[in-house]
Design a protein. Structure first.
Length: 103
């Protein structure tokens, strides 16, 4: 299991800005190790965020995204004290979900 995501969510009026630092190796499948063998691809394919059970952001990623990617997005309707959940699934079937409280 990977390390938890670092999530910060901040409400400003009716707009909520969410910043996420995802902990993932994000291997492209094109790099070679010291022995000259290709390192297998391992990357996040889908990442999404929900607020009160409603999807507020969904993205499909591929091998071109960097290691430990940073993501920022905004949505309307969040209030201080509400929770935002961010989930991802990678190409090996690993999954992770973390939550943050909107401040």
């Amino acid at each position: 299991m990977s390390d938890p995501m670092r999530i910060r969510a901040q409400a400003q009026g009716d707009k909520t800005t969410v910043r996420v630092l995802v902990s993932h190796e994000m291997e492209s499948g094109q790099r070679k190790d010291a022995a000259g063998k290709t390192v297998p691809a391992w990357f996040i394919q889908n990442i999404s965020a929900t607020h009160h059970g409603k999807v507020v952001m969904n993205a499909q990623w591929g091998p071109a995204v960097s290691k430990n990617p940073f993501l920022q997005f905004s949505f309307r309707g969040g209030k201080a004290g509400d929770k935002v959940a961010v989930s991802w699934v990678d190409n090996k079937g690993d999954k992770r979900t973390d939550e943050a409280v909107i401040s």
